[in-house]
Design a protein. Structure first.
Length: 317
């Protein structure tokens, strides 16, 4: 298997997707205790490093195949005031430092759509130039999660940089099959406690979800985002003001709320992936996650490029 080091691992969306794509994680670095507990609970064999990225020593991992991560998005999101490089949470510079230390064959980082705004054109160019000086060929692309079978739009910017001695990277193509609707995805979970209205609700929740938000540590509690997002959820018959502990009871009347488990399904997590911590901490992990199916698609494309280079090297030897 290809090896990978992941930074800012969160609750494991990217890590799970890359595992599905054939990568073995030799280290997952994350400073949030609840997220680390989630990673260890679901994959006891993973090397989860609970440490701040600025103090973590990457030198034992020189030569790894892939450096991946979901560096914090607030510096580039409208909710985070889009301070970019002036935001203390910007970890792109540290990620580039780590690339220079461990010299991975490929780099994969993801962030919010706002990173492609014209306001960050100079920032992106600086990132590209630093990677080129290190001997990499960088690319940016906006990918919609719904194109890869995830039941929400969720546009994310993905940054891939192949080391110049590797084969070229080819972006994955969208799935032929449309993403399932919210009703198709959550119907059984909504009816788990015998709610009589579950079938009718699922039938009218007949489109994909708006982008799941609400994962900021500065946010007061778990909900489905700002007013516009709540209106979009309401159109699907979901009360987005808070997150529920359980599915609706048998005689429930009104708009149901999502549970953490339901939100995780909307993010593309499998049913057996468990998020640990209290409701707010668990939902924050879900809200910040990179959908596993998208990470798998990009990871599979990276794996293919790395495998071509490895095959050519074997032939030359």
């Amino acid at each position: 298997m290809m090896t990978s080091v992941e930074i800012c691992s969160g609750g494991g969306g990217q890590a799970l997707g890359l595992e599905m794509a054939g990568f073995e994680h030799v280290a997952l670095v994350e400073n949030d205790h609840h997220a680390c507990t989630t990673l260890r609970t679901n994959r006891p064999g993973w090397n989860v490093v609970e440490e701040d990225l600025h103090t973590w020593d990457p030198t034992p991992f020189v030569g790894v195949d892939l450096l991946a991560g979901g560096v914090p998005c607030p510096p580039f999101s409208k909710a985070g005031l889009q301070l970019g490089g002036d935001d203390e949470r910007d970890l792109f510079p540290r990620a580039i430092e780590i690339v220079g230390v461990i010299r991975p064959r490929a780099v994969m980082l993801e962030n919010v759509r706002g990173l492609l705004d014209i306001a960050f054109e100079t920032y992106r160019r600086d990132v590209e130039n630093q990677l080129r000086e290190l001997g990499y060929s960088p690319q940016w692309r906006l990918l919609n999660a719904s194109d890869f079978g995830v039941p929400q739009l969720r546009p994310r910017v993905v940054f891939v940089a192949m080391r110049n001695d590797q084969a070229p990277f080819v972006w994955p193509t969208a799935s032929v099959e449309p993403a399932p609707t919210v009703g198709q995805t959550l119907g059984a979970l909504m009816g788990a406690n015998g709610w009589r209205g579950a079938r009718k609700w699922a039938e009218q929740a007949d489109s994909i979800a708006p982008t799941l938000v609400g994962g900021s540590k500065k946010h007061g509690g778990p909900d489905l985002g700002p007013t516009r997002a709540k209106r979009a959820w309401a159109a699907l018959g979901v009360d987005g003001k808070t997150i529920a502990q359980e599915a609706p009871e048998r005689d429930f009347v009104g708009m149901p709320r999502l549970t953490v488990e339901m939100a995780a399904r909307i993010q593309g997590f499998p049913a057996d992936w468990v998020f640990t911590g209290a409701k707010t901490n668990a939902y924050r992990q879900v809200g910040n996650a990179f959908p596993p199916p998208v990470a798998c698609a990009v990871g599979t494309a990276i794996n293919a490029a790395l495998s071509v280079a490895a095959s050519e090297n074997r032939r030359c030897a």
